[in-house]
Design a protein around this ligand. Structure first.
Ligand code: RB5
Length: 145
């Protein structure tokens, strides 16, 4: 699979850990940041989100301090469904129920071991479709009410 990954300074150590251990066997595009200096997470969120939305990447991984800012920014790109996950259960459900295509992680929340397990589950869980697809369509359509 092709994975686009990005982080700000707060997510950089965790991104480095995932690049070193979690993504072997995948084609990876690292959109930055590449240095420890303070930077702005929306830059990387939009780069990764656009790669996923265009189909140039199958999935995205975004890491900031909490994962929240990345998810807020990435969700502004149509076709992108980011999910902040802090457990393997959340990662499984984000894929199975929500067809999330961008995993958002908190570099100040998760240790590398925990994050690696979350990433593995996210990449290996399939969307279940059915009623979940209907609900995703409702989101696209503004709630269906
Ligand atoms: C940066 O200090 C921090 O605000 C950012 O990484 C992120 O947690 C925002 O959601």
């Amino acid at each position: 699979m092709k994975i686009a990954i990005g982080s700000d300074h707060a997510g950089l150590p965790l991104k480095r850990a995932l690049l070193a251990e979690g993504l072997s066997g995948h084609e990876v595009v690292d959109v930055g940041t590449h240095s420890e200096g303070s930077t702005d997470y929306p830059i990387y969120a939009f780069k990764v989100a656009r790669l996923v939305a265009s189909g140039e990447a199958d999935f995205g991984v975004l890491i900031c301090g909490t994962g929240i800012g990345m998810a807020l920014a990435a969700s502004r790109v149509p076709g992108v469904r980011p999910a902040v996950c802090t457990s393997e259960y959340m990662a499984r459900m984000a894929r199975a129920d929500n067809d999330a295509n961008v995993l958002c992680l908190g570099g100040r929340v998760l240790g590398p071991g925990q994050a690696l397990e979350i990433l593995k589950v996210f990449l290996n869980t399939k969307f279940e479709g059915g009623r979940h697809a209907r609900r995703l369509r409702m989101i696209e359509e503004g709630g269906g009410v």
